[in-house]
Design a protein around this ligand. Structure first.
Ligand code: RTP
Ligand code: MG
Length: 156
């Protein structure tokens, strides 16, 4: 049908190490599906320092960078490509503010309020723009029909 030609917007979501350790994945995925996202691709990877630093390169000059890399490499992460209309903004809205402690006060229904701990351990990532989404999706997934994760991460 003609609907097939309408490309849904895509964003990259990550359930961070504290999210996986805390067994929040199933609950988060339920929120994702209840919010009418399609999970187009999904992989579990263990980031190494180099790949985490590349992924968060925009923060390389920040005081929290080393700590962020340590956190993001502390265990496996679940990476998903989410699809729907307005996916980037809608996913950012659903996850809530960066600081999970703030989220618990200002946005208690948000994923970070439900599953996050603080400013760093905030459980989930969401692309901040269409341009970031494109880069981040290409970072984790080859553009092939087999949806293989790229070779610089260890797929689990
Ligand atoms: P994300 O990129 O992970 O979706 O988070 P975000 O856009 O809400 O926040 P961003 O500013 O991009 O920060 C990236 C991640 O770095 C950690 N962070 N630590 N001052 C701090 O200690 C600090 N600020 C940020 C968080 O894990 C944040 O999600
Ligand atoms: Mg960000």
């Amino acid at each position: 049908s003609s609907n097939r030609s309408i490309e849904k917007e895509r964003t990259l979501a990550i359930i961070k190490p504290d999210g996986l350790f805390g067994n929040h994945s199933d609950r988060i995925k339920q929120v994702i599906l209840d919010s009418h996202f399609n999970i187009a691709k999904e992989t579990v990877v263990q980031l190494d320092e180099e790949s985490a630093a590349t992924f968060y390169a925009e923060h390389s000059s920040k005081s929290f960078f080393a700590s962020l890399i340590n956190y993001m490499t502390s265990g496996p992460v679940l990476v998903m490509v989410l699809e729907k209309e307005n996916a980037v903004a809608d996913w950012r809205h659903l996850i809530g503010p960066t600081d999970a402690r703030e989220a618990k006060i200002t946005d208690p229904q948000s994923i970070r309020a439900m599953c996050g701990l603080d400013l760093q351990k905030n459980c989930v990532h969401g692309s901040d723009s269409n341009k970031s989404a494109e880069r981040e999706i290409a970072f984790f997934f080859k553009e092939t029909s087999s949806d293989e994760a790229v070779a610089n991460h260890d797929e689990l």
